[in-house]
Write a protein that binds this ligand. Structure first.
Ligand code: NAD
Length: 342
């Protein structure tokens, strides 16, 4: 039987740990899998593009487990009161191919994106960072705030969105937490004034320029989340090439196609985050380095998340068992399951 986790089950799983606790646990799963990066079979995700969006499949496996996620990105959906990003995922035994888990992954994607952003900042941002600007206050925003507060103790958040209703929604959801100082800003410049960390998490299928070089102070960490697809970027390319900048990515073959670095020549020097985590590469050089995490989302992060969902579902007895694959008495007699012999 296959474990099935729907939205209600996911809500139950998260309620056992709380959103902050779930992100903390997830960060440790992702960090563990990044530490054993070389054990994974990896490839850039398979993307099917249309004029208005993209649908992607993201597979990876190690010797025990295989995982994949289906995810879309349709910025125009918001105009019709629909989600921009939706997802589901599966985990299977590598040895037999039998599926172990089929799970909702829209909520899970927001949780894993926050956990990955925080993981990168843990290794790259200045240790004395206390504040973060968030440009783009849509579906991912609250998860980012909770993750950065829980793990890195960021307490001041400077919020800016072209749609003031998005920022108001964040205040409604998180404004009552006394340990979070949420500041509503009237422009990107206003949001950046006091920020040690800058998160860009906007949605627009375009070469957008959310940040330009003149706006970036020495020593900041940029968590660039929204540019994650060919023809969809957020940073002025000059930010990436400025002398103080060091760019970090998840998986170079995928990020060259999808990340901010798609704007630069294919030999532009970047470092994979797992190497910094393992001590094989330098992260931040000094307090003036501008560290940039050019995030696009990689399959190993989803694999780690599927592992956590599976482990928690077993521990808390959440979800249902479904017959996703047939179990005929004789595996060679599949036909008999449809038609009883005379
Ligand atoms: P969303 O549509 O819910 O929110 C996007 C927000 O960005 C909206 O509130 C919109 O008004 C705002 N925005 C658009 N242009 C802006 C601009 N120029 N300045 C300020 N705000 C602007 O989308 P979401 O689910 O929050 O996702 C945000 C982005 O993150 C998407 O592009 C998505 O593809 C990407 N994403 C990346 C990862 C990753 O792993 N890197 C994971 C999930 C989502």
């Amino acid at each position: 039987m296959t474990q099935f986790i729907d939205i209600n089950d996911m809500q139950k799983l998260v309620s056992h740990l709380g959103v902050a606790g779930f992100i903390r646990e997830l960060l440790s799963y992702i960090e563990h899998d990044f530490q054993r990066w070389e054990k994974f079979d990896k490839s850039p995700r398979v993307a099917n593009h249309s004029e208005v969006g993209v649908i992607e499949l993201m597979p990876t496996s190690d010797e025990a487990l295989y995982g994949f996620k289906y995810v879309n990105g349709h910025p125009g959906n918001a105009l019709h009161n629909q989600l921009t990003v939706m997802s589901f995922g599966a985990l299977a035994e590598t040895a037999t191919g039998y599926p172990l888990l089929l799970s909702e992954f829209t909520l899970a994607t927001a949780l894993r994106t926050a956990a990955t952003s925080v993981l990168a900042a843990k290794y790259l941002a200045r240790q004395d960072s206390k504040s973060m600007a968030i440009i783009g206050n849509g579906a991912q925003c609250e998860f980012q705030i909770i993750g950065f507060n829980e793990i890195l103790n960021i307490t001041n958040f400077y919020l800016y969105d072209i749609d003031t209703q998005a920022t108001e929604k964040v205040l409604r959801n998180l404004g009552h937490y006394p340990y979070l100082n949420l500041h509503v800003c009237s422009s990107v410049d206003d949001a950046l004034k006091h920020a040690d960390i800058i998160t860009t998490v906007t949605a627009d299928k375009a070469y957008a320029t959310i940040l330009t070089t003149g706006q970036i102070q020495a020593g900041v960490h940029i968590n660039a989340v929204g540019g994650d697809c060919p023809g969809k970027t957020e940073l002025d390319a000059n930010i990436l090439t400025t002398e103080l900048a060091e760019v970090f990515v998840e998986y170079i073959p995928q990020t060259r196609i999808e990340g901010e670095i798609q704007q630069l020549p294919a030999d532009f020097q970047v470092t994979e985050l797992w190497q910094v985590i393992n001590g094989q590469a330098t992260g931040r050089k000094d307090k003036n380095t501008i560290t940039i995490f050019d995030s696009v989302g990689f399959a190993i992060e989803d694999f780690s998340t599927l592992r956590l969902i599976y482990d928690l579902a077993q521990k808390y007895h959440v979800g249902s068992n479904i017959a996703l694959v047939p179990t005929p008495e004789n595996p060679r007699d599949l036909y008999r399951l449809l038609v009883q012999p005379e």
